[in-house]
Design a protein around this ligand. Sequence first.
Ligand code: PEP
Ligand code: MN
Length: 339
Amino acid sequence: MLILMKAKATPLQVEAVARMVIEAGLNVEKSNGSGPVMFSVHAPHSAPSKLTDEEVRKLPGVDRIAHIRTAYKLSSREFQPADTVVSVGGVKIGGRNLAVIAGPCSFESLDQGLEIARALKKAGVSIMRGGIFKPRTSPFSFQGLRDKGVSLLDEIRGQTGLCFVTEAVDERSFDLLEDHADMLQIGARNMQNFELLRRAGRSRKPVLLKRGMSATLDELLMAADYILAGGNRQVVLCERGIKSFAHHLRHTLDLGIVPVLKNVSHLPVIVDPSHGTGDARYVGPMALAAAAGGADGVMLEVHNDPTHALSDGAQALDLKSFAQLAPRMQAVFKAAHSG
Ligand code: PEP
Ligand code: MN
């Protein structure tokens, strides 16, 4: 049982609900984010609950009671039937449009960022991606511009009007980036960094949550629940490829999860074919397949000079290839959604 308190519930009302549940012999977990308080209530197997929904609902300050059968709760369609539409600096992700997020794996300098930004803008992109804090497999690989790169976002926004999504790798980088980015990314490696998820739950900025490379659908949605439980309802899910026995590509892009996620969750879903394939030759076809397969958006790595990129050059589209692909993705999306 989930008990959702009203936003204006007083601490005394919250305490009264907790007391009633505990006195009924039930186990209770209270959310401690910035949003309305929520209780998750479980009956121990040895002592089935005698507490009825009616008794709880009568208490002042209680907004709603929900019984969700799946392991994931707040991200489920059972909890919220209507699609969530996320607004990134006024640009919508979800609803009946294909959001395109593009940019380099890493910001390398202001000049590099600006050159890519101008080309993206020309191709109709509104949301730019670019890592400043990079989670790299080797400590000897380029780690991003880190603290000194944060101001780049304001600089490029000022010159182009683009919005930005960039990755926070821990709570400190989240704090640093929060006021400069329009959306914060939690990457595959941090999908189950629960303290970082809690931090994102306390934020008012939208969050792009990437699927861990070995995470199941349930695990992805339970990770999203951490953010939602904290009071932040602006969450976008991202399929970016998983580990499998197949070695012909960097990862196995699980496009099949897209319609399943759309069925069981109200959250928007986007696809990242760049990390999913690891090879620029296959990024275009998989981006088109994502646009046809029900995704609400696509995130692509684009670089002005892929061969000299400091990270993930092999999977980066050059500016010209991206400009050619952008209208084709929209055309495929339109065709797949007509009728
Ligand atoms: C990225 O988007 O730059 C990134 C590191 O992605 P992932 O977390 O999916 O590997
Ligand atoms: Mn990358």
